[in-house]
Design a protein around this ligand. Structure first.
Ligand code: FO1
Length: 475
């Protein structure tokens, strides 16, 4: 019977009430730390972690508000454009936020959707509402770090500003203070810290101090917001992924019940349903990776599957944040290791044949039916199978004029079509495939140099490529 998971999680959260918050999750961005005297509330500026429960940033904000007997607010700043995201992403995000707003109203937390960039909207909101502290979540991307800087500049100097890493299990700055070479070098550090950080997650409770002031504009008009978005509408919503936390939990439940048992043995076979499919919800923070890992560890029956899933969701994912946080060139060939930059440079003049344009690739018009199938999968379903992502990106290196061009096309197509695009995971995936980051050098060959090579024959040995090609053949 379906639906066991949410009830189980609600019980776990209740049992964790009063669980002590680990202050290593917090980074203080302001000079002051004490809540501003005479203020009328605390705000959590939500950005990456778009959920109410299992969110360390909101747990911390609520704790601050309760200590000073203040009302609690959540703001989300909706920017008109974000990288190459389209209507597909915005619709998924806004529908998830609508669920957040609903949950907030049941908990006496006021939710506000602000329209515009954080720097332009948030400091004014904090001033108008006379709020005494700002808490936000953590994201290592350039664009969001700029938002953080803008907000910091706009806030009055007597308002403390805190950042809580609510996305990673071990906070990014605690796991390591430098760019790690690869999974091998970060794994031990994270594993050692898991007992301290992979803990219970206490419930965000009904807030005891409600705000007497209500928003000027009244309730958010979700329909209007969706219909007035200026983003590219030619990439539409997908039907397999129900946006929001509830949708995320039902996907997780079906993973534990039906697919997890095949994860260790079949995760590299795109014809088998063996993956969690959770990346869209995790990307938008609609479900917490920490909650996912603890549930999979408690309820997963196959030990090997649980171990390999934990490796992917904890070690590999946190390695991606580590790379983007400590390497400012995380989406450029210049961000690769020296050996990789050199080998790609050595082979810059190699003959590439055929050469495809970005449009030809986007429209899945290559001679390679397997590649086209993967491209059609991401365009129509908003997600490409994990194994195919590697093959897909490596072929782009083979078929375009330079590694720089290959990387920018791969990132563009990912950000535009994949629901989990615009994420450290995607940049690291493309950088791994095209520039060898977190990988080692292999036998030297044309175009790729020492960067790991993949080909059609290799795929044929791993799975029935014909089956995948037929499933996604162009009409
Ligand atoms: N974060 C925001 O705070 N405001 C937005 O309007 C916003 C739009 C957006 C659209 C697509 C997408 O994939 C992400 C978006 N995010 C937005 C950022 C997101 O919350 C993450 O922090 C980053 O994408 C990193 O994972």
């Amino acid at each position: 019977a379906g639906g066991w998971l949410e009830a189980r999680v609600a019980t776990l959260r209740r049992q964790a009430r009063g669980f002590k918050f680990n202050h290593k999750r917090v980074s203080i961005l302001s000079d002051v730390q004490k809540i501003k005297q005479g203020s009328q509330g605390v705000v959590y500026w939500m950005s990456r972690d778009q959920r109410v429960q299992d969110n360390w940033a909101l747990i911390y904000a609520q704790q601050l508000a309760i200590e000073d007997k203040l009302p609690l607010h959540i703001c989300f700043c909706l920017v008109p454009h974000f990288l190459d995201a389209t209507f597909r992403h915005y619709a998924f995000m806004l529908k998830g936020l609508q669920e957040v707003a609903k949950e907030c109203s049941a908990l006496e937390i006021q939710f506000h959707l602000l329209h515009g960039s954080p720097g332009d909207t948030l400091p004014g909101f904090v001033k108008d509402w006379n709020l005494g502290a700002v808490v936000t979540d953590f994201c290592p991307l350039r664009e969001t770090l700029q938002w953080l800087d803008d907000v910091k500049k706009g806030l009055s100097s007597d308002v403390p500003f805190f950042q809580v890493d609510a996305h990673n299990i071990v906070p990014c700055w605690v796991a390591s203070n430098k760019q790690e070479y690869g999974a091998r070098t970060i794994r031990g550090k994270i594993t050692k810290l898991l007992p301290e950080f992979l803990t219970e997650l206490p419930a965000v409770d009904q807030h005891p101090h409600s705000s007497s002031k209500t928003p000027k504009v009244g309730e958010t008009h979700w329909e209007n917001t969706l219909s007035s978005l200026e983003v590219d509408r030619s990439v539409g919503e997908v039907d397999w992924a129900q946006p929001g936390t509830t949708g995320g939990f039902s996907m997780l439940e079906s993973f534990i019940d039906q697919r997890l048992q095949y994860f260790a043995t079949h995760r590299n076979n795109p014809n088998v349903a063996a993956l969690s499919q959770l990346s869209p919800w995790i990307h938008f923070g609609q479900i917490s990776a920490q909650r996912v890992v603890s549930l999979v560890q408690t309820h997963g029956k196959n030990r090997e599957a649980v171990a390999s899933f934990t490796e992917e969701l904890v070690v590999r994912r946190e390695l991606a944040d580590n790379f983007c946080f400590y390497n400012k060139k995380y989406d450029s060939v210049q961000g690769a290791y020296e050996w990789a930059q050199k080998t790609l440079q050595d082979h810059a003049g190699d003959c590439r044949k055929p050469l495809y344009t970005c449009e030809q690739l986007e429209q899945a018009q290559t001679y390679d039916k397997l590649w086209n199938a993967a491209q059609i999968q991401v365009v129509t379903e908003g997600k490409m199978h994990g194994f195919m992502r590697m093959y897909w990106a490596k072929k782009i290196l083979e078929w375009t004029a330079s590694p720089e061009q290959a990387l920018s096309i791969a990132i563009y197509l990912n950000d535009r079509y994949s629901l989990d695009g615009c994420d450290p995971n995607c940049y690291v995936g493309c950088m791994w495939s095209i520039c060898g980051i977190h990988d080692q050098g292999w036998r030297e060959r044309a175009v790729f140099g020492k960067v790991r090579y993949m080909n059609y024959e290799g795929c044929k040995r791993k799975f029935d490529v014909g089956q995948f090609e037929r499933k996604y053949c162009s009409k």
